[in-house]
Ligand binder design. Structure first.
Ligand code: COA
Ligand code: NAP
Length: 261
């Protein structure tokens, strides 16, 4: 159920980096439904084309690796040349896998940090002179690992913690120009690649669900609604915030002492 009215994003230009599958594709799709002109990008060009076709409404798919500043900047220049300055930029590309620190190579650690953290810097830094000022809204997709350490996630914990500080510093530096910079921290979201990797069997899924205050995984559409809120006029005085959309899962283990055998 959505509280947002049709046409809310009419006339807006939105770019979703990593918007070719999962949560970010859900965000891109919802923004297009509400009237935005939407571009998505990922590494795989065919996947990007399929995503854009699925979104419809004139959406465009580009190929770039967010670790490559020049290539990512070139994609954003193409968007602006076609549609004008961007009103909404979402940085959501990420890589993840379970690995104990002792089994992780330096390149494995670097790979996740480069995609998530350097990628977010590249997207945000690269869009600086390509966005609507005042008025642009930038959103980075972070995760609970940024705040709460999680075993077998040393790379993602470090990367997402860095993203939270990128959000805050850019909110301070770009606020005077009327640019808002926020984050969304999703909880475990059903049907995503991320949860396929972090909860790889039904037993893990059941155990995780039992610890979440709202006792369920979230839906992609619920993250999309949070993104629309953050880039809407309703959030005009919100910047530098990380919006937790996670069913209370970061509060801790929500089983009573009697359930914890
Ligand atoms: N356990 C330990 N190390 C791993 C690993 C795993 N499961 N998967 C990859 N690595 C290591 C590789 O061994 C390599 O290190 P090395 O050179 O020392 O051997 C390093 O990570 C890079 O791997 P590579 O496959 O070259 O990286 P890539 O850039 O092609 O792909 C990944 C990036 C590894 C993150 C890949 O899983 C990916 O593309 N993920 C995108 C989708 C995703 O993760 N979605 C969930 C988002 S939350
Ligand atoms: P996903 O479906 O794997 O989406 C990742 C997207 O990023 C894809 O479009 C992928 O396309 C792209 N991508 C990956 N590496 C890239 C790179 N180097 N350059 C450019 N694009 C790249 O993942 P998801 O599970 O929906 O997660 C989406 C976001 O939500 C991530 O930031 C993740 O950390 C966050 N999150 C997810 C959950 C969850 O429950 N799933 C929970 C908390 C936070 P290509 O492969 O074609 O590049």
């Amino acid at each position: 159920m959505s509280a947002f009215k049709d046409g809310l994003l009419n006339g807006k230009v939105a770019f979703v980096a990593g918007g070719t599958s999962g949560i970010n594709l859900g965000i891109a799709t919802r923004m297009a439904e509400l009237g935005a002109k939407v571009a998505v990008a990922g590494r795989d060009p065919e996947k990007a084309q399929r995503a854009a076709a699925g979104i419809g409404r004139g959406a465009v798919g580009y190929s770039t690796d967010v670790r490559d500043y020049a290539a990512t900047r070139a994609v954003m220049e193409q968007i602006v040349n076609a549609w004008g300055p961007m009103d909404i930029v979402v940085s959501g590309a990420a890589g993840n896998f379970l690995s104990p620190a002792a089994g992780l190579s330096a390149n494995g650690f670097k790979t996740v940090v480069d995609i998530d953290l350097l990628g977010t810097f590249n997207v945000f830094r690269g869009c600086y002179d390509l966005i609507q000022k005042p008025g642009a809204s930038l959103i980075a997709i972070t995760a609970g690992q940024a705040v709460n350490p999680m075993m077998m996630q040393i790379h993602a914990c470090a990367a997402k913690a860095g993203i939270n500080q990128v959000i805050r510093v850019m909110a301070m530096e770009w606020g005077p120009e009327g640019v808002r910079v926020n984050g969304i921290s999703p909880g475990p979201i059903a049907g995503t690649e991320g949860m396929a990797r972090l909860a790889p069997n039904p037993e893990v899924t059941k155990a995780l669900t039992g610890r979440i205050p709202l006792r369920r995984f979230g839906e992609i559409s619920e993250i999309a609604e949070s993104a629309v809120f953050l880039c809407s006029e309703s959030a005009a005085y919100i910047t530098g915030t990380i919006l937790d959309c996670e069913g209370g899962s970061q509060l801790g283990d929500a089983r009573s002492p009697f359930e914890r055998s």
